[in-house]
Design a binder for this molecule. Structure first.
Ligand SMILES: [Zn+2]
Length: 69
């Protein structure tokens, strides 16, 4: 599959494709994919509420403020 998108739209296009792809999976598969993506992101944990990466030293999600400790 080939996509013709501006570089600024590339990230959004990728996210949209991911979302479309994930919608075809069942819950167990989605969870496995999400765990795989977390492991692949160089060990940085992501907020379980909003998915934003956060620093374990801070103990709070910088995006939604969820207390993570
Ligand atoms: Zn959050």
């Amino acid at each position: 599959m080939q996509l013709a998108v501006a570089s600024t739209d590339l990230e959004r296009a990728r996210i949209a494709l991911d979302a479309h792809w994930l919608s075809g999976l069942d819950d167990d598969q989605v969870q496995a994919v999400q765990e795989m993506q977390q492991n692949a992101s160089s060990g940085q944990p992501t907020c379980p509420a909003c998915g934003s990466p956060f620093s374990p030293q801070v103990g709070r999600c910088p995006d939604c403020g969820l207390n993570l400790v």
